[in-house]
Ligand binder design. Structure first.
Ligand SMILES: *[C@@H]1O[C@H](CO)[C@@H](O)[C@H](O)[C@H]1NC(C)=O
Ligand SMILES: *[C@@H]1O[C@H](CO)[C@@H](O)[C@H](O)[C@H]1NC(C)=O
Ligand SMILES: *[C@@H]1O[C@H](CO)[C@@H](O)[C@H](O)[C@H]1NC(C)=O
Ligand SMILES: *[C@@H]1O[C@H](CO)[C@@H](O)[C@H](O)[C@H]1NC(C)=O
Ligand SMILES: *[C@@H]1O[C@H](CO)[C@@H](O)[C@H](O)[C@H]1NC(C)=O
Length: 229
């Protein structure tokens, strides 16, 4: 339909060029069609620095993550994740080489300085006969954030990029603290589909996480119930 419109522009330039041009640059129309508008494309005459969109921050989805740092060459995990800002909880069920686990983060339970978050993990390691319960405070690899998180973080538009899984995604990047750089990737409907973070401290951690089979909306609180605390 985008191309059809372009053809109409060519043939009806004198009569209705403005109408069609308006359609081409309207982010609503372009989004509804699954395209990024010219106003978001680098080197387009229609480019306008976009304002950070709101995103659906409560959802459940399949995910896959690759994380590495100076001491871990590979930590690759995939599974299912529940993200609930309203309950301040995240549960990531994951399977990796030699382990199977359900990891629950409680963002209402932090260390006094707020930097570390309660994390309880029920895991089966080296066999699936006996689960192990571990609970501690960690620097979380996920976050709970409100719908207007990108605006709150002064996220900077970093262009439309090609993602191997989703095709074109918009990139929004911001820093947290002194060494953490975070980038959110949204599809053309502003669905949050991927995030990367890089911590340029001595451990040099990088992680890329992709979501798919995304189900937006409230998460049933029973998924966070656990005997492991
Ligand atoms: C965006 O939503 C429209 C309408 O529901 C849909 O046709 C399109 O495929 C969606 N685009 C993406 C990238 O999911
Ligand atoms: C916050 O507190 C925890 C434990 O109380 C400590 O391990 C951590 O280093 C502290 N972080 C900062 C930035 O003060
Ligand atoms: C807070 O988290 C710690 C560490 O996981 C845990 O030991 C403690 O029971 C939790 N407290 C509450 C009230 O959930
Ligand atoms: C990396 O692992 C080595 C060996 O276990 C340890 O001595 C070092 O402190 C670790 N580096 C960091 C930044 O944690
Ligand atoms: C939440 O999950 C529980 C257990 O599966 C179920 O009994 C309950 O109906 C669910 N609540 C809602 C609102 O879907």
């Amino acid at each position: 339909m985008y191309f059809l419109c372009a053809q109409i522009v060519v043939s009806l330039t004198l009569l209705s060029g403005r109408v069609c041009l308006a359609q081409d640059t309207s982010s609503n129309v372009a989004s509804a069609l699954g395209f990024f508008p010219a106003s978001q494309r680098f080197y387009s005459s229609g480019f306008v620095s976009p304002t950070p969109p709101t995103i659906q921050s409560e959802f459940r989805a399949n995910y896959m993550q690759h994380k590495f740092d100076a001491n871990i060459s590979d930590h690759i995990v995939s599974g299912f994740i529940y993200v609930s800002p309203s309950q301040k909880k995240v549960r990531a069920d994951g399977a990796g080489d030699g382990f199977l686990e359900a990891s629950i983060f409680d963002f209402a339970n932090t260390t006094a300085n707020g930097t570390l978050v309660a994390n309880s993990i029920v895991s089966f390691a080296s066999g699936v006969t006996t689960p192990t319960c571990s609970s501690f405070f960690v620097a979380p690899f996920v976050e709970v954030f409100p719908d207007d998180f990108l605006a709150q973080s002064n996220a900077v538009f970093a262009g439309i990029q090609l993602d191997e899984l989703y095709g074109e995604v918009s990139a929004w990047t911001f820093s947290q603290g002194s060494s953490l750089q975070v980038t959110f990737f949204l599809d053309s409907n502003d669905t949050f589909v991927r995030y990367d973070f890089a911590a340029s401290d001595s451990l040099r951690t990088f992680a890329t996480t992709r979501f798919f089979n995304i189900i937006p909306g409230p998460v049933n609180g029973t998924v966070f119930e656990t005997s492991c605390t």
